[in-house]
Design a protein around this ligand. Sequence first.
Ligand code: FAD
Ligand code: SF4
Ligand code: SF4
Ligand code: SF4
Length: 391
Amino acid sequence: MVVIGGGPAGLACAAELAERGVSVALLEKRETIGGRAQDLSCKGLVHCRQCDVCRVHRLRSQVLSSELITVHTSVELEQLERNNGRYRFDMVRPKDAIDLGRCSRCGKCVEACPTGAMTKVGGKIRLDRGSCRSIQGLECERCVSVCPVGAIDLFGEEHLSVNGNAVVVATGSLEFDAAEDKRLGWGEVPGVITSMELESFLEGRREADIGDGKKLAFVLCVGSRSSRMGTPICSSVCCKYSLRQALTLKERFPKLSMTLFIMDWRGLSSEDGLLKELASTDIQVLRSRPAEIFAEGGGPTVRFAAGEDVFLQSYDSVVLSVGLVPDTDDDTILQLAVPRDPWGDLKDDHCSERGIFLAGSCRGPKDIGHCVSDGILAAVKVMKHLEADHE
Ligand SMILES: Cc1cc2nc3c(=O)[nH]c(=O)nc-3n(C[C@H](O)[C@H](O)[C@H](O)COP(=O)(O)OP(=O)(O)OC[C@H]3O[C@@H](n4cnc5c(N)ncnc54)[C@H](O)[C@@H]3O)c2cc1C
Ligand code: SF4
Ligand code: SF4
Ligand code: SF4
């Protein structure tokens, strides 16, 4: 069995198949598995807000420790073939940059590296490809020139192939590119950040002008429910994650003033614990879709309508809560010829007849919990397909 995509849906599917005794090759194009959840923060400083992020970490450990699952990361598809109902994926991936057989562990490459990409961990030399200048297309290769034994090859590749009687496509979704909605000022107006950038702030991986005594606004439905942007459907996840982000911030910074600009709450009943918690705070909720965010006095100013009136309000920071959109350029999907609906999400239409099953947010926006259930359901369908093959 081949599962493509190591996000919550792919992990849940692989884990379920392994539980049922099926061998799985899990293909992931990023360097690590976990999907978007590996970049998300825990939203429960004092008490758990059931965001499910830690559930993905648990699934990840389960998958990595399973003897029936082989994880292939950093892979790129070269060729796909189907013969007698079996799929064969030929892939390429970067080879380990350090030849550990040759490396004398002298540490000269670590000393020469200007970015800290080369490190010595537990006596072994490691390369963080994401922070290596040469791999990012800039000039460097200092490590290569100082290595006395020629143990470093930054651009080596290796080829591998995997086979399977069925394929689960769990390739996920992308975040809406906030730069596309020019009126909202992302990349132009200082202090305007996306909800993914807020996740990095919550994780302590980036700075933001957010804290006690500051003013922060959230603008929801960015890249969702907008025919103008070509993204008419509701992303279904941003209401809940924005609410959790705001409540977590309130817990961390009780004197942070916050306003949420919403269209309406989707996927939340008035009895929902998150809305009850919101009502117990001083966070302001405005039912309005801001028309514009521009720079004034060094920070972002939001222009919005409420009733008949138009208002201008300045903040220290504005978070754009971006929705999930389909990745319509994914080459693997093109080669598998999986059909799409008018919005670009993948459709099941007759795919199972070809041994292809879909799971998670590649079928349409879904939160982690629904992606996990969808992954398990795909595994059950695969089992039926394999049983039918045996009969
Ligand atoms: C700012 C933000 C905050 C969020 N917070 C929450 C939250 O608190 N709780 C919650 O439930 N949800 C949250 N979500 C939604 C959550 O991220 C998604 O529900 C979830 O990640 C979808 O899981 P998935 O498995 O479908 O896809 P993804 O998480 O997108 O994973 C898909 C994986 O497939 C890989 N892949 C894609 N194409 C290929 C290919 N061709 N070959 C190999 N690998 C491939 C990708 O690299 C990726 O690792 C948030 C979303 C955003 C934007
Ligand atoms: S808030 Fe989210 S990550 Fe934190 S403990 Fe609860 S479910 Fe887990
Ligand atoms: S190429 Fe430069 S940045 Fe990359 S590991 Fe070598 S010394 Fe560091
Ligand atoms: S310079 Fe070469 S031999 Fe020395 S630690 Fe680095 S890779 Fe190993």
